[in-house]
Design a protein. Structure first.
Length: 841
């Protein structure tokens, strides 16, 4: 060994003088029949006796200097595990060694002292037993051996960890003495004992208890040994988690999939919790809109004790605070002052309440566990609560989704009233009762007058606000016994039980007065009126379908008469309705088969120097009824959805006729077409107009589109976009019936219009009403200042003509000059007055 090498282990340290006892001890060690070595804390050899040197193949004379490192690094690492297992030192790993050796920690030896022995069969067996013991101790299962009297003879470390009993506490006892608790099934224990005594293998599931009293579910498997001792190997597996998930997830989720009622599902969950954990009593509640709790499931004794729903103090706190409330001892908790005695009488000592949260974090309700022993929840109770909270959240969110779907399917989203489907369902019982009791009943069909104009001029938000206010007023007036519903758009129905005709009339008067009261929506004040139709049960029908149809007909009669009134159904309305249906069908055929015509009314220049233009007016001659006035068939076209098609046909025909006149040399400056308000809502309108003009070779300025004031006031972006796009295209826009609205002037300067048409109602008052004349003069001055032409329509007398011409009216139109004429008659009229060259034939 060189001086630089670290000092190696010595075979025998030198004997200090004067220590005869130590000398004797060393001699004993040296002469011991077993090899004895001392190892330091790093498992390195610091001493070896003579037998150790012999076993290691080191001569006695060389022992103090030649004792080698006994362990390899891997062996040292294994040996340092405490308690060390017997370690096999293989001869082939150490050249010169006579054979394999076992290094053992002798029983009762100090740590660091070990015995070297030659490897033999007994040592191999001991090592094998030690290895098996280590394997058993590493298992999470409780493994123990019982004799034929069911007394425990061996327990592994897993038994200690699982049940909390030290080996000396368990040995000699029967398993049932250790695991039996207040809710352990005695019949199962007895059955296990019988199987055990019979020496038969068996398997059971059992609720057991640990040393500290905490419950756990055990899978018990017993297997007899293949010998004559009658011993059995028993294995306890903790299946608490698996049992809980199997029972709760299986049964409760199955109930959710089957869409069982919420209360049924929650009751099932509570029953399963109490079966898995018999020391618990469970209460599930749902939070209501008013901040109170509704009990979904609870044991009857708890309900009687007032420990459920809004009466449960811990649940109310959990709901309001949004966090768990743990009452470890009900006997001393001030929170349970009013329920304490009742709960203690039921054997309940603790309460743990948790809020049930949705996936978005909203508190939906509470889950409360009541325990028969005081204290906080165990780890298992917390896991059980977490699982139940998840299931409760699933069930409550599913119920919320189902409620939302139900409301969407059967209730109006805007007003919250029942829709048509729900109205029909809700009306069944009142109809049956009225039939059985012979009592009258009234069905009111309510619709707002000119609602479309409000929608177009003030915007959807204002119209929606008006409908919501109307729904609220209807509901407040008619009372809880009546059924109020929104059918569609601005149409509402009210079914009033036990209502005679005179009572229905009084109710209608009250409703009309209520609806006429101004409605404030945001910064706007809206004025509305309504038309109401009334059908009486049983005179006007016994089925709801019949009553609805008759009330609708009566409502239409009220609307046709000007609105703001009510009408009772009468038999003649059915005949009119049939005529209306026939008229609608014929109108469709006429539109598609060329049965409609355009007539043209001239517009003359105010300076007398020629023709200003013509206005195209729609005419319809019914094959059986003769000429049908526009004020009758145009509203019909709007109701049956023909206005878009009708407007397109009018523009197409007007452009075709104008192009024909131009080709034949008839110089008509422009043709005005009156479009419906709905036409300006079409995104395709501008492109339609552009294609029409191109197809017929007309300049954009030769077409005038007349717009109503409702179009001008429309808040819809599409309408505004169409107006500005048409103006940019070069099409002239004319504001029809100017002066009849209440807010025209505030919008006039912002509109891309070229002319205004002064309404005939003002023209007729010339010479009779100074205010009307003053208004006409104002309009003429406004048009002049804004650079817009004013067309006075409805001129019927020469006095009216002179007044308008004297005050600078640019254009006049009316029967004084000509009624609306067919194209041929217009050509003749123009030729007679030399307003344009005669047509070339």
């Amino acid at each position: 060994m060189s001086p630089a090498d670290p000092p190696g282990p010595q075979a025998a340290p030198p004997e200090p003088p004067g220590t005869s006892a130590e000398t004797a001890l060393r001699q004993c060690l040296q002469n011991a029949p077993d090899g004895i070595v001392l190892l330091d804390r790093d498992a390195r050899v610091v001493f070896g006796n003579g037998k150790a040197c012999e076993l290691l193949g080191i001569g006695a004379s060389a022992a103090p200097l030649a004792l080698p490192e006994l362990l390899t690094p891997e062996e040292r690492e294994r040996w340092l595990q405490y308690p060390p297992a017997p370690l096999l030192l293989a001869a082939q790993a150490r050249p010169g060694r006579p054979g394999d050796l076992w290094l053992c920690a002798g029983e009762g030896c100090l740590r660091g002292m070990a015995v070297l022995r030659p490897a033999d069969a007994r040592m191999y067996e001991q090592a094998h037993i030690h290895l098996l013991s280590q394997a058993l101790d590493s298992s999470d299962n409780a493994i123990f051996l019982c004799d034929d009297q069911s007394r425990i003879r061996y327990v592994n470390a897993g038994f200690v960890r699982m049940l909390g009993y030290a080996p000396e506490e368990a040995l000699g006892k029967q398993p049932r003495e250790l695991i039996r608790g207040p809710h352990t099934d005695v019949a199962t224990l007895d059955r296990l004992g019988e199987q055990h005594r019979a020496g038969r293998a068996h398997r059971e599931h059992l609720l057991g208890y640990c040393k500290d009293g905490s419950p756990l579910w055990l899978s018990v498997v017993a297997t007899p040994l293949a010998d004559a001792s009658g011993s059995l190997v028993n294995v306890f597996t903790d299946i608490t988690e698996a049992k809980t998930h199997e029972v709760l997830n299986g049964k409760v989720l199955d109930a959710l999939v089957r869409e069982e009622p919420l209360a049924t599902t929650m009751a099932l969950m509570c029953q399963e919790v109490e079966r898995v954990a018999p020391d618990l009593r469970v209460v599930v509640t749902r939070g209501e809109a008013d901040g109170q709790l509704c009990t979904l499931a609870a044991p009857a004794p708890l309900m009687a004790a007032g420990a459920s729903g809004w009466e449960h103090p811990a649940c109310m706190q959990a709901l309001r605070r949004g966090r768990a409330v743990v009452i470890e001892d009900i006997a001393s908790a001030p929170l349970f002052d009013s329920q304490r005695d009742a709960l203690l009488a039921l054997g309940l000592r603790a309460c743990w309440s948790n809020p049930i949260r949705s996936t978005a974090g909203q508190v939906l309700g509470t889950l409360a566990f009541h325990c028969h022993r005081p204290g906080p929840p165990t780890a298992w109770h917390r896991r059980l609560a977490d699982l139940c909270l998840h299931l409760c959240a699933l069930a409550l969110e599913r119920e919320q989704a189902r409620s939302r779907m139900h409301r969407l399917a059967f209730y109006d989203v805007l007003t919250g009233l029942p829709n048509r489907l729900m109205f029909n369902a809700l009306s069944e019982q009142p109809l049956i009762q009225a039939e059985q009791q012979g009592t009258p009943m009234a069905l009111l069909f309510v619709t707002l007058d000119r609602f479309k104009r409000i929608n177009e001029s003030q915007g959807h938000a204002a119209a929606d606000g008006l409908l919501r206010d109307l729904a609220r007023r209807l509901h407040d007036i008619v009372g809880p016994e009546s059924v109020v519903a929104r059918q569609v758009a601005d149409e509402f129905t009210v079914l009033v039980p036990c209502c005679a005709q005179h009572q229905a009339a009084a109710l209608c008067e009250q409703l009309l007065a209520m609806i006429a009261t101004p409605t404030v929506v945001g910064s706007m004040t809206l004025h509305a009126s309504a038309s109401i139709g009334v059908a009486m049960f049983p005179e006007d029908g016994r089925a709801m379908e019949t009553l609805l149809r008759h009330a609708d007909l009566a409502m239409r009669r009220a609307k046709d008469e000007g609105g703001g009134r009510f009408r009772f159904f009468s038999a003649d309305m059915n005949q009119l309705a049939q005529e209306r249906l026939l008229l609608e069908a014929t109108l469709r055929d006429s539109l598609r088969q060329g049965g409609l015509r355009l007539h043209y009314q001239p517009q003359v220049r105010g300076d007398g120097r020629g023709l200003y233009g013509v206005e195209a007016l729609l005419r319809w001659r019914h094959p059986h009824l003769g000429d049908i006035p526009p004020n009758r068939f145009v509203p019909l076209a709007e109701e049956c959805g023909l206005m878009a098609e009708l407007s397109h046909w009018v523009m197409e025909e007007a452009c075709r006729q104008h192009a024909d006149w131009r080709r034949r040399g008839l110089a008509i400056p422009r043709v005005a077409v009156n479009l419906s308000a709905s036409a300006f809502e079409l995104p395709s309108l501008v492109e339609q107009v552009r294609q029409l003009l191109e197809r017929h070779g007309l300049s954009p300025g030769s077409l005038v589109l007349e717009i109503t004031e409702s179009v001008m006031l429309s808040a819809q972006p599409q309408v505004s976009a169409n107006l500005h796009a048409l103006h940019a295209l070069g099409v002239r826009l004319s504001l029809d019936d100017f002066g009849t609205g209440y807010s025209s002037l505030s919008h006039l300067h912002r509109l891309p219009i070229s002319e205004m048409k002064l309404d005939r109602s003002f023209i007729s008052e010339i010479g009779h009403d100074p205010a009307a004349s003053a208004l006409i003069l104002s309009v003429l001055r406004i048009g002049e200042s804004l650079g817009k032409h004013v067309v006075a329509e409805g001129v019927e007398t020469d006095a009216q003509r002179r007044f308008l011409i004297d005050n600078g009216s640019p254009a006049l139109q009316g029967y004084l000059f000509s009624p609306a004429l067919s194209p041929g008659a217009l050509e003749q009229w123009l030729g007679e007055r030399a307003y344009a060259p005669s047509p070339r034939h």
